[in-house]
Design a protein around this ligand. Sequence first.
Ligand SMILES: [Zn+2]
Length: 101
Amino acid sequence: MNWRKKKARKIAWERIQILFELAMEEGKKGNFERARRYVEHILNLSTKYKVRLPREMKMHICKRCHWILIPGKTSQVRLKKGKVVIKCLNCGAYKRYPYKK
Ligand SMILES: [Zn+2]
């Protein structure tokens, strides 16, 4: 990978982190549509620059409807057989992750 691409990815990653924080903030305030726009931005950047989103971020994003997932607000979190099961309260999609302490 050349230098320019590396730099572009770094900038994309920085923007993703800022957008994620903004999305979480809006989600906590109940502005879910605004949060969704931030999430869509994140997903676009991630695809365009091939930036892998960390697990912590993915757990807060519904891949189906692009809602920000906030436990007790827009998502339901359950522990089941050593797995974290996250349900999106907007579209009903489930996400499963192995439980990690
Ligand atoms: Zn959803």
